[in-house]
Design a protein around this ligand. Structure first.
Ligand SMILES: [Cu+2]
Length: 77
């Protein structure tokens, strides 16, 4: 399993965190209980299985939703 931290452009309203969280919840291969969207830090954290989904696919989904990804970090857990 891998841990992802995604850094977004500053979020402007708290409902953005909900939109992003529900999007990531629908992604196969992401551990639902691990998802954290931090409004003030504009960060998204979650654990995922790289055999099922790639970080690039998840980033593409976030981008399609309308949020710009500044950078990301993937660590082995
Ligand atoms: Cu918003």
């Amino acid at each position: 399993m891998k841990k992802a931290i995604i850094y977004l452009e500053p979020l402007v309203c708290p409902s953005c965190t909900q939109k992003i969280e529900s999007l990531i919840r629908k992604v196969n291969g992401v551990e639902k209980d691990s998802i954290k969207v931090l409004f003030n830090a504009s960060k998204v954290k979650f654990i995922f299985n790289e055999d099922v989904i790639s970080i690039q696919n998840i980033i593409n989904e976030i981008t399609k939703l309308g949020y710009q990804v500044l950078k990301y970090d993937v660590q082995v857990v």
